[in-house]
Design a protein around this ligand. Structure first.
Ligand code: CA
Length: 380
């Protein structure tokens, strides 16, 4: 599967990139005006000789399907679009810094860029998970709408500015699964004492509802589940979970992914490093991130279906839905946590208000569009 991805990816993405670059070039020319355009060739030719070498650290295992492919694809796109003027070397988790050391490494400038997820930094920034995914929040399509046309990205950049970081959306898995369990969940009582790997606000909800939440990087999860260090884990969805082999160490696969309804992965770039690039390379970074963002969602949308079938038919995985009373409790707990966090953290309060307003509008329309469309597929 990974091999196939590597082969077809460049043709599809390079086509898209070529179109985006052409559109951007037209935009630049139009904005620059006639006088500025005349002065461009001299400055441009001097700049074109400059070469930039960046390091990018990630929270994912090296070359991990989907999540780990996004930073590699991004780096390849940037190199192709810049004709090799900006080269980005990608490092997997623990190669240069630990998975959860990515934010600090990019913030300090010891590396120029990182790929991961904003909700890993919840301990530093209470509002950060709103830029990935929060329990009972918006889906991938809505996240993309909010970030790029609803003011979300501007807020994200404002929140990260004190850390000398510029964030970009650079991947989305779509709605996830609730996770892998070695115990059946039939009621809220069954959450008691259940030790689960679940990051972000999902983890806080889990703990308050009676369970115990831990945040363990992806690469360590299989062993943790196998040895009983944890009783359950959420990770992503069928495509990624099958690659990790969780079906070998857990019996039940629960849905829906209440904890992550459409997580956005992040590219973070050290602000000083980004601003040291000429304008065309900065634009290439922006466009390549946008392409990687959409590409990941496309890949998951295509591959999750086949992977779920394989998990059920070949590996005998039991797929279960979390009971409504459990979901109701988790939802009420999440709302409580958002209210409390908004009271104690003004930045969270501001971002959450914007997120919530977008979610409410979007839901009103999606009820008569997306949701209604899913419903009519089953009309008999
Ligand atoms: Ca997850």
């Amino acid at each position: 599967m990974t091999q196939t991805t590597g082969n077809y990816y460049p043709a599809v993405i390079l086509g898209l990139i070529a179109a985006l670059v052409a559109v951007f070039a037209l935009y630049v020319v139009e904005r620059a005006g006639a006088a500025a355009v005349q002065s461009l060739p001299a400055a441009g030719s001097a700049r074109q000789e400059a070469q930039y070498q960046w390091k990018m650290v990630t929270t994912w295992p090296k070359n991990f399907p989907g999540l780990g492919a996004a930073p590699e694809n991004f780096a390849r796109s940037v190199a192709a679009m810049s004709n090799g003027r900006l080269q980005i070397k990608v490092y997997g988790a623990n190669e240069l810094v630990p998975a959860l050391g990515v934010f600090d490494a990019v913030s300090s400038g010891s590396v120029e860029a990182g790929h991961g997820a904003a909700y890993y930094w919840k301990g530093k920034i209470a509002a950060a998970p709103l830029f990935t995914s929060v329990p009972f929040g918006i889906n991938a399509q809505e996240m993309n709408g909010w970030l790029h046309y609803g003011g979300g990205l501007a807020l994200w950049r404002e929140v990260y500015a004190p850390f000398n970081l510029v964030p970009f959306a650079a991947g989305n898995t779509g709605v996830q699964m609730a996770g892998w369990f070695n115990r059946e969940i039939n009621s809220v009582e069954d959450l008691k004492g259940l030790k689960m790997r679940i990051p972000g606000y999902g983890g806080e909800v889990w703990t308050r509802a009676g369970g115990t939440a831990v945040n363990i990087p992806g690469g360590e999860l299989y062993t943790a589940l196998q040895t009983g260090v944890i009783d359950a884990t959420e990770w992503v969805g069928p495509y990624n979970d099958l690659a990790f082999g969780f079906h070998q160490v857990a019996k039940y696969y629960y849905y829906p992914g209440w904890q992550e309804p459409g997580p956005t992965l992040e590219l973070i770039v050290n602000k000083t490093a980004l601003e040291s690039l000429p304008a065309d390379l900065q634009a290439i970074v922006e466009v390549a991130a946008r392409a990687a963002n959409q590409d990941m969602l496309d890949e998951y949308t295509a591959r999750n279906n086949a992977a779920l079938t394989e998990l059920i038919d070949t590996h005998g995985v039991q797929v279960r839905r979390l009971p409504d009373d459990v979901l109701r409790t988790l939802r009420a707990t999440a709302e409580q946590i958002y209210r409390e966090t908004a009271q104690s953290d003004p930045v969270f309060a501001r971002v959450y208000r914007a997120y919530r307003e977008f979610a409410e509008q979007s839901q009103a329309y999606h009820r008569v569009s997306e949701q209604a469309n899913y419903d009519i597929r089953n009309l008999r």
